[in-house]
Design a protein around this ligand. Structure first.
Ligand SMILES: Nc1ncnc2c1ncn2[C@@H]1O[C@H](COP(=O)(O)OP(=O)(O)O)[C@@H](O)[C@H]1O
Ligand SMILES: [Mg+2]
Length: 239
């Protein structure tokens, strides 16, 4: 199948250090526009560190990050959001004492004037958030908090959404809903970089994937290639 490839995000030779320790070493990857790309790997592999560096939340020690052809390396996180990239962080990170609606509005950093529209869109995507809009974020269930984290990210009208372990600790029904939402985002033309421990589910919805071990990319390929790769099957799919 011949399809036009247009890189949304390019990461080249990325290194991330914590003091002396290199958590990410020489990582290069490309996320094409309109695709879901997953990044898989065991605990401590360096996935979160990679996403933090790409989002501007943690400074890369070296390497280049390019979004829509423009360099964003070293830009602070709020400027990266304005360029169209948002991170739904590991562990949701919502504001527990703010109401659901206030949490959502915190995400509307790029478009205050269109915040009402963006709010309506988040509520259409997750009607339960509308029902609970006046409740404190901290009173929501884990699944609802994940919906809130996703809804808040979408408030910035991103082109690329990075998810860090969105299914962690959630009931299977909620996990299905979150994954359906991620697929729906691709249908709407968004691009997704997905970090996920649930490798079989991730490969089900992804177009392409990278496998990370000990800070380095060990393997990459189409989701179909990775699903049939013996190493992936043995280590990550347990078959
Ligand atoms: N704030 C930090 N300070 C020191 N070491 C860290 C910090 N965050 C992560 N690390 C280390 O960096 C490595 C990669 O961690 P992380 O990026 O969180 O991996 P993953 O998300 O794949 O589980 C691990 O060895 C972890 O212990
Ligand atoms: Mg992590």
């Amino acid at each position: 199948m011949l399809e036009q490839r247009e890189p949304m995000l390019e990461v080249q030779e990325l290194y991330v250090h914590y003091g002396e320790i290199a958590a990410v070493r020489n990582v290069s990857m490309t996320v094409d526009k309109g695709r879901i790309v997953c990044l898989i790997g065991n605990n401590g592999a360096g996935k979160t560190s990679t996403l933090m560096a790409v989002s501007g939340a943690h400074r890369a020690s070296s390497g280049r990050i390019t979004l829509k052809g423009q360099p964003v390396t070293g830009l602070p996180a709020d400027r990266v959001v304005r360029r169209g990239l948002v991170l739904v962080p590991e562990g949701r990170r919502i504001f527990p004492s703010l109401s659901v609606e206030e949490n959502l509005l915190m995400g509307a950093v790029t478009n205050r004037r269109r915040a009402g529209e963006a709010l309506a869109r988040s509520y259409r995507m997750f009607p339960v958030l509308r029902d609970r809009r006046r409740q404190p974020g901290g009173s929501l269930s884990g699944g609802e908090q994940q919906m809130l984290a996703v809804g808040r990210a979408l408030m910035a009208e991103p082109e690329l959404v990075m998810f860090d372990e969105p299914s962690l600790g959630l009931a299977p029904k909620i996990v299905d809903l979150i994954f359906e939402t991620i697929s729906r985002l691709r249908e709407e033309g968004l691009t997704v970089l997905l970090v996920e421990q649930n490798v079989s589910l991730a490969l089900e919805i992804a177009d392409y994937g990278y496998v990370m071990e000990s800070g380095e990319i060990k393997l990459s390929g189409s989701a179909a290639e990775l699903s049939s790769n013996s190493l992936v099957r043995e280590i990550y799919l347990g078959v």
